[in-house]
Design a protein around this ligand. Sequence first.
Ligand code: ATP
Ligand code: MG
Length: 332
Amino acid sequence: KPRLYSGMQPSADSLHLGNYIGALLQWKQMQQEHDAFFSIVDLHAITVPQDPAELREKTRRTAAQYIAAGIDPSASTLYVQSHVPAHAQLAWVLNTITGMGEAARMTQFKDKSAKHGRDASSVGLFAYPILMAADILLYQTDIVPVGDDQRQHIELTRDLAERFNARFGDTFVVPKAQIQKDSARIYDLQNPTSKMSKSAETPAGIIWLLDEPKVTQKKIMRAVTDNDGVIAFDTQEKPGVSNLLSIYSAITGSPIEAVVGEFEGRGYGDLKKGLAEVVVGELEPVRARALELLDDPAELDRLLAVNAARATEVAEQTLAEVYDRVGLLRPA
Ligand code: ATP
Ligand code: MG
């Protein structure tokens, strides 16, 4: 089976509908035909300031939501990044073959450091893509399902793999990105031209997986639309309505045209009501299962430990080969 790697930052108490449709649903589907590794990337999360107690809690909550959404921790390897020390160790080696200029070209760092200010931005934030390359290369990954915003980081990962292989001998599989379809990209319900995001400034347009059904319903009923009152899919002219149609289509599995056909000639209220029903129906069992898992943190931690051991086994093999290749003397 081809090896698959992906992950999310534990950067909020709850994941959102964008994470669910854009990542978790795809992962769940892909875990059958792949040897899949799904990580909760806490080392990435600390590249911006985090409250320590909250970070621990967010890490557990993210794990619970992976499982509740259908990631099977006995079929896939679902683990916390910092439980496998080889991530940080390989990242160090990759730092030494990455050019300063090359790293400085990464647009995510440029965006994030512009937001936080250059002095408030850590070296860790700068090196984020190199740690991400280590995550992927440690597992000899074939395929990395990611959003379009990660395309540049995967290119860097491939460059680093090829450079290492050329300089020190064949060591890494050169991975391929599988870029998420446009239709799997979900936008903020209040601000439908920006993507739904954990770190959005206002939460009114975010559907959290752990929201109560009533809250979810209310957020959908209040979603921003437009004034022409016609249900049609047009992401340029009608971003709000198009987003609602996309969500409906992604969850029901029926194509956009079919959804448009179903609601044609009806009002936005009908579309929102229908959508609220579909979203609540989908998310309610996920929420219930996640809360159940979080009720027994010891059992959840045990599951994560078993999975981390499995990840460590694979990661340690790659790391040992890398250390050997670059000439680090191994302890006797
Ligand atoms: P942050 O704001 O902290 O970056 P995020 O909401 O962007 O959080 P990530 O942890 O960066 O979430 O991404 C996790 C996964 O969810 C990635 O695979 C990403 O492509 C996907 N994802 C994030 N937001 C959306 C969205 N609005 N629509 C579809 N997929 C999304
Ligand atoms: Mg993001």
